[in-house]
Structures are given as C-alpha cells and as structure tokens.
Ligand binder design. Sequence first.
Ligand code: NAD
Length: 249
Amino acid sequence: MRLKGKTILITAAGQGIGRASAEACFNEGAQVIATDVNAEALQQLQKACPGIKTHLLDVTDGHAIKALAGQLPNLDGLFNCAGFVHNGSVLDLSDEDWDFSVALNVTSMVRMCRTFLPGMLEQAKVGGSSSIVNMASMASSIKGFPMRTAYGATKAAVIGLTKGIAADFVKQGIRCNCVCPGTVDTPSLRGRIDSAPDPVQAQKDFIARQPMGRLAEVSDIAPMIVYLLSDDSKFVTGQAMLVDGGVTI
Ligand code: NAD
C-alpha cells in the first residue's frame, strides 16, 4: 500500500492512462479524486472502482478549477494527465488549433498547479512530501515526430513547467516530475488510427517506431505514475521520465 493516507487528484481520469492511473493509485491505498470532462466515463470508472470519488472538471475552465479546489481537502498528490494531439505540420496549424493545444496541454496544468500548490505546501509541512506529476510525451523537446509540431511544442513546455516548479519548491517538500510515454494503446490513439486513410498501415507504422515491437499498454505507464506519486521516489524531482519501449535509446 504505497499510497496509503495520500489524497490524490487526477485529471482526464475517465479513460486511457488517466483511468489506469486512478485505479492503480486506488489499489495502492490512496484516496483518489478522479476528474474528467466526460460524465459517462466517470460513471463507468465509479462502477468499476466504487471507492474512487469522481468530479466533473473541464481543465480548460479556470473558474471550474478554483470552484473544485474550494470543495476538496489539501492534496498530497496531483496528476495532470489531460492533453490533446493536434495532427499536422506547422503549415496545417491555424491560430485556433494552436491556442487550443496550448490551453489544454499547458495552461490547464499551470492553473491546476497554481490552484492546488498552496494546499500541497500545507500538506507537505505536516506530511513530509507532496508530489506533482505532469503528463508530457517522448514527442516534445526530447524527440521530434512528423505531424506533431503543436503537440511536441506544448509537451516541451510541460517539461519546462515541471522543472520550474521542481526548482522553486524543492526546499518546501514539493516534488514535481513529468512522464514521457511512447505510443500507448488508448481510446484516443484508436481514434487516430481509425481516422487514418489506411488504418491497418497506420497501426503498423505506430508499432514500427517502437523498438520493442508493440504499442504500450496503459498498464505499462500507470506504475511510473504510482512510483512518482509515492514516497518511493522521494529523492526524485524535476525529471522527465521516459517510458517509451526503447524509442529514444
Ligand atoms: P485519451 O486521449 O484516450 O483520453 C483523454 C481523456 O481526457 C478523456 O477521458 C477525455 O474525456 C479527457 N479530456 C479531454 N478534454 C478534457 C478537458 N478539457 N478536461 C478534462 N478532461 C478532458 O487518453 P490518453 O491517450 O491516455 O492520453 C492522456 C494523456 O497522455 C494526454 O496528455 C496525452 O497527450 C498523453 N500521452 C498519450 C500518449 C498515447 O500514445 N496515448 C502518449 C504520450 C502521452
């Protein structure tokens, strides 16, 4: 029970990596507050895992973030998972596409951290350490991929945000790390594959770029989230943890 006694909030917990992480944290003894913009997905999560608390939250809505924080106890852990993939080069990127990618992938995390950090600092005073985990990607400042300019740029910003928070609060019991997965088999990836002109080839192409010869499962990523939120990682901060099946060897 590596997360016993910890209260942890997760965004985009309705499906994919967020959901798997919510279940893994719950199974390690955490009080999990699972949030998502999709009410039906949250209902399904609660059916599967009745001890998890759920709240609707659109992370692009700053007022909603503040309102939710006002209803919750101080957190020991925060996993900012929500993010969006824009498919295209810089020539395909309208101002609206760019603004949306920045709003969902970066500004939401800035607001979540700004809103929940004061309570986490209080918690760190009594509990010893609090942990923020942000979702970045191998597609970021770490490596460029075709048709991922907005995605890579915003995920690079997540790595910078993570390092900045880690540096500012390292002496006050706050750790901040980010996770950089390879390609993970989740509902949104399935959507990207299915909407390709040749879905069979698209799946082959995603697999071909991963040296381990397969897509990641969400169960490959959730243990890293649990580790970073737990005291097992109490000497780890400011890091971008790659879980990519060997893409960046
Ligand atoms: P997904 O894209 O399948 O699901 C995303 C979840 O986010 C959904 O439940 C959706 O309802 C929720 N969501 C969407 N907009 C939201 C908003 N405004 N507020 C709150 N919730 C919102 O999940 P995934 O593929 O596991 O991706 C999760 C994160 O992992 C993203 O940040 C993504 O960039 C990152 N990531 C994914 C992969 C991959 O290959 N799947 C690889 C690297 C990083």
